[in-house]
Each structure stands twice: as C-alpha cells, then as structure tokens.
Design a protein around this ligand. Structure first.
Ligand SMILES: Nc1ncnc2c1ncn2[C@@H]1O[C@H](COP(=O)(O)OP(=O)(O)OP(=O)(O)O)[C@@H](O)[C@H]1O
Ligand SMILES: [Mg+2]
Length: 592
C-alpha cells in the first residue's frame, strides 16, 4: 500500500478489529463458563424439584404429570429403569453437548420400584440464553466499523496532509521551482517540518536569484566588454564567444559554439596558437593579421585554465584590436622621419653657407652679406619648423587652452588682411573681404585668426602675381561658413585628399622654396576641429582654390577643452592683437 493515509487507516482498523476479537473471545469464554455453571445449577435444581414432585406418585400419575413439566421447563425428561433401561421419555430429543442430571426416584405402586429421573437440558437452548439475537448486533457492528473506518481515514488524511504537501513542495523544489511554500497547518513536529521546508525553500529561492543575478551580470559584462573573449574546452572546441570576439574575428555569420577551433576560426595563425597552448599548457600571445573583411591587427592572448586536480580544463582567448595603435605607431615613426628630414634641410644649408664664409667668402663683404642673410633666413625657417612641430603636438594632445568669447567676424578678417597686406602688395594680389559687419560668433579669437591667416597666406603664396583673394563669411543660422578663395595655381585632384596631412606638399621644391614647411594646413585642420568645426577644399588646377571652414556660432560646452589658465591681455572682437599668442605660431610673414 503506497499511501500513508491508507496504511494508517488499515493499521488503526486492524488494531480495532483485533481488540474487538480479543474482547469477544474473552467474553465468550468467561460468559460461556458462567452460563454453564448457571445451567448446571438450574438443571440440578430442576432435577431435584422434579424428583421430589414424583416421589411417591404412581407411574400413571407420573406419566400424566411429566409431559407438562417437560414442556413447561423446556427440557427433556426421561425415566430409566434398573440398568438404564428407558421407561418413558418426554420432550425434545437431546442434542450434542446436552447436560443430563440424574435423580433416583421411588414411585408408588405395586412395583414400588426405584427408577432414575433424567433431566436433560439441550445445549442449543443454553447458547440462546447468552447469545440473544445476533443479526442486528452484527449489522450494528458493521455499520459502526464502517463509520469508524471513515473517521479513521479522515483523521489519517488530516494527519498526513502536511506531509503530502511537504513532499509536493520538495518535488517542486527539485524541479527548480524555487520559493514555493507549504501552508503551515499541522501541529508540533509537523509544523516544525513545514516551517523548516518553507525556510529552506525561501532561502533557496534567494540564493538562486543571487546566483542568477550574478550570472547575468557576468554575462552582460563579458558580452559587452570591448575585448573579444572566447572560451574553448580542453579539446579545442568553442564554448563561448562574446560580441566583441564575433566582430573582431568575424564569426557572427556562422555557428561557432560547439565547433572545433579550426572550423570555427578559419584562421591558420590563431589555430596554430590554440594548438600550441593545448600542447604546452602555457599562456601564449601572438599578433594576428586579418585581411577579411577589412585589414586588421589583433593582439591574441591565450591562457590555459586548470581544474582543481591540475588538469587542463579550458582555454581563455582574449583578443584586442590594435589596428589603430599600430597605425598610430606607423604615423608617428613616419612623422619623426619626415620631421628629421625637414629639419635637416635648413641645417645643412646653414652649415654649408657658414663653411663657405669660413673658407674665405668673408673677405668679400657683398658675398658675406648675402650668405649671412641666407643663414638668417634658414635659421628663421628652422625656428618656425620647430615651433610648428611643437604646436602641432600641443594641439593634437588638446593641451592648447582655448578662450571662447564673442568674435566679430568682420573685425577678425580685417585684422588678418592687414597682417598680410604687405605680402600681398609685393605680389600685387588684390585682397578683399565680403563679410557682414554685424556677424558674430563665439570662438577663440587667436585660434580663429591663426586659421584664417594660414589660409590667406596660402592663397597669396599659391597665386601668381596680379591675382586676387577673397575672404567671405556666410551666416547659415547655427553655423558660419568662412571661405578663402583665390585664382591661383589650384590643387591637382589626386592631392586634394592629402593636403591636410603633415608635411604634405603638392610641389615640394617650390613650396620649400617659398619657405613652407607643409605643416600649415595640418595645424589648421586640428585647430578647426578644436573649435568644433570642419574644413574642406574645392579646387581646380590652374583655376583656383577655395578653402571652407564651418564653425558653430555658439560653442558646444561639451566639446571644448577647459579654458586657458594663463591671464590674457586685452582681447575682443575689435582688439588688434599681435599675430601669435604663443609666439611664432602664425606664419604671417613668409619672408621670415
Ligand atoms: N591656396 C592654395 N592653392 C594651391 N595649393 C595650395 C593652396 N593651399 C595649400 N596648397 C597646397 O597644399 C600644400 C600644403 O599646404 P600647407 O599650408 O600645409 O603647407 P605649405 O604652405 O607648403 O607650408 P606652410 O607650413 O609654411 O604653410 C602646399 O604645399 C600646397 O601645395
Ligand atoms: Mg601654408
């Protein structure tokens, strides 16, 4: 029997039945004996009374009397002669277990012979005496037993219900339904059990929630970190790939989890690295070159992970994109190379003319003067070059303090044109400005002047004599577009993209001859970006060029670096200031 409550019911009923049976047997035994004793006494007394009543009667009298007596007493009465010879029998025949009582009686009459009176009491009659009507009793007993069974079953159900519930909750918990509880209704130990189960369930639910939260957090971190992370098992199969790794290793378009690394990565060098770490069980690192879908340099770091027994359990691959770092390194070394080359040119020149002077040119005052002039110009160029390089690196590192104030564009443009006036006159280049005097923007006056000055100087430099240059400012609402247009030599189409690069010059010999370093537009572009704007150029070779600078009218506070800390002199939209705030930054005078 499986159910506890059925078992309990059966046990209780069994015990009750056994108790009843024992009780009845006992009763039957004791009562049976008592009845037998009683029957004997009764029989004895009856026999004695009959014997006395018969004594001295005639056989005829006896025969008349005895049937009535037998019927009245419900017994069998017999008379036996000498030697047990039956003389007369009255009443029902005797049955098994009947009790007989004998008395000698002397009858009157001629014979006067002594006879034996035998009174026999039937056993059946005796049983009737104490058993009474069995039927109703049995029925009553069964009904009682039925009711008792129901009651016991109910009680058993009541007693076992909390246990059943506890079992159900335990099953639910093992099925990962954490947090379910039992209604505590029992008493004593049952109540303690349910309370304990409830506490356990709640604590499990809490712990599972914590574990899940942690799991989710770690998952989110892994998924969203910029480093690529891949987990491989000890046989080199991919177990986990985060988003960055999918992007970096170009894995997103095919299934990788569960695949062997060779199939998953499809990258010879990377698979070689994995095999090496699987074999040596030591961390390894390698730079990977990727060509598809775009050229990339990755730094792959592979670490073996061990279980508690020291067996290799997994491999952790961490991948970083170092394309930009490598590119910057290349640019930097190129820059150093270019810069050294640019610096060497004036130095060589200075050295050469100084040598010539020492070798005797000093004797001729005319030659001496010319050479010293050259030496002076070259050293001036050297100074500018060094200053430019320093400037550029300061701008690039955003260490250049900015001072944003309202600037009247017209005043600024006039300032720039005045600065280069002499220069333009030398080449008979007509300078003009087309700017609304009321136009104002919020910007750094000095940096903006540096930008415009560079562009105007270029326009003069790269425009043949008798040319013209126009500076314009167009209000476009939120922005202002400043432009410098010339009708000079123009820029070949293939060079347009590159003229903002450092040291890039379209015609190196000519540009260098003009004293240029090739850093001007590079500085301009950085400054424009620093001021939150953008720069572009339109040009046709042999026709002319126009440089455009778009700047926000009001500065975006988030984009700009902190204001300069050094105290500035009087400044403003109409304040005429010396060309360079930092000294020599502005190449205002191409002659040096
Ligand atoms: N207005 C222009 N017309 C034609 N070419 C120009 C013009 N402005 C610039 N360029 C070309 O772009 C190149 C880069 O200009 P950039 O101002 O950076 O250097 P640079 O003028 O040679 O030297 P510097 O550093 O002294 O200004 C120039 O060498 C020139 O070839
Ligand atoms: Mg220039």
């Amino acid at each position: 029997m499986q159910s506890l409550r059925l078992r309990l019911t059966a046990y209780v009923l069994g015990v009750v039945l056994v108790a009843f049976a024992v009780f009845f047997l006992y009763e039957a035994l004791v009562v049976g004996r008592a009845f037998e004793r009683e029957a004997r006494r009764h029989g004895e007394a009856l026999a004695a009374a009959l014997a006395e009543a018969l004594e001295g009667r005639t056989p005829a009298e006896a025969e008349a009397l005895l049937p009535r007596l037998a019927a009245a007493a419900g017994v069998r009465i017999a008379l036996e002669g000498a030697g047990g010879r039956p003389l007369a029998v009255f009443g029902a025949p005797s049955d098994e277990g009947a009790l007989s009582f004998r008395r000698p009686v002397v009858l009157a009459g001629p014979a006067g012979a002594p006879v034996t009176l035998v009174v026999t009491e039937a056993a059946g009659r005796r049983d009737d005496l104490f058993s009474g009507p069995w039927g109703p009793g049995l029925l009553g007993g069964m009904v009682l037993l039925g009711l008792l069974s129901l009651f016991v079953y109910r009680v058993a159900t009541e007693v076992t219900r909390p246990v059943t519930q506890v079992a159900e909750v335990a099953r639910l918990i093992s099925d990962e339904h954490y947090g379910v509880t039992v209604d505590v209704r029992g008493y004593g130990e049952i109540a303690e059990l349910t309370a304990a189960i409830n506490a356990m369930s709640r604590s499990l639910a809490l712990q599972m929630k914590r574990i899940r939260d942690d799991e989710k957090r770690f998952g989110d971190i892994l998924m969203n970190m910029t480093s690529g992370v891949v987990l491989l098992d000890a046989r080199g199969r991919v177990v986990f790939v985060n988003r960055a790794a999918e992007g970096l290793l170009h894995l997103a378009h095919r299934p990788t989890v569960g695949r062997h690394h060779v199939e998953a990565f499809r990258h010879f060098e990377l698979s070689e690295l994995v095999e090496r770490v699987l074999e040596t069980k030591a961390a390894a690192r390698r730079e990977l070159q990727l060509y598809f879908p775009e050229e990339r340099v990755l730094d792959a770091h592979l670490v073996p992970l061990f279980d508690d027994d020291g067996r290799l359990d997994a491999l952790l691959l961490v991948v970083h994109d170092i394309t930009d770092i490598r590119r910057l390194e290349r640019i930097r070394s190129e820059f150093v190379m270019n810069a050294s080359h640019e610096l060497k040119t004036p130095v060589t020149s200075i050295q050469g003319f100084a040598e010539t002077l020492l070798d005797g040119a000093l004797e001729s005052p005319e030659a001496a003067r010319r050479f010293v002039e050259i030496i002076y110009n070259e050293s001036e160029r050297l100074k500018r070059l060094i200053q430019d390089i320093l400037d550029l690196s300061r701008i690039e590192q955003r260490r250049l303090p900015l001072d944003f104030r309202p600037v009247r564009v017209k005043a600024l443009v006039d300032d720039v044109l005045l600065t280069v006036q002499k220069e333009a006159e030398k080449k008979r280049i007509a300078l003009s400005a087309d700017v609304d005097p009321a136009l104002q923007i919020e910007s750094d006056y000095d940096r903006l002047k540096q930008i415009m000055l560079n562009l105007v100087v270029n326009a003069i430099q790269y425009t043949p004599e008798d040319g013209r240059a126009v500076v314009r400012a167009v209000d476009e609402g939120a922005t202002v577009v400043l432009s410098v247009e010339d009708n000079g030599i123009g820029i070949p189409r293939r060079d347009l993209d590159r003229i903002f690069e450092r040291f890039y010059r379209v015609d190196k010999a000519r540009s260098r001859h003009s004293g240029g370093t090739g850093l001007g537009l590079s500085i301009v572009r950085h400054l424009v970006e620093l001021l939150g704007g953008m720069i572009w150029v339109e040009s046709t070779e042999g026709v002319g060029s126009t440089f455009f600078v778009r700047l926000p009218k009001v500065r975006d506070a988030e984009e700009t670096p902190p204001p300069r800390d050094e105290g500035g002199g009087p400044r403003g939209d109409d304040g005429r200031r010396p060309p360079a705030a930092g000294g020599g930054t502005l190449r205002t005078d191409p002659d040096g």
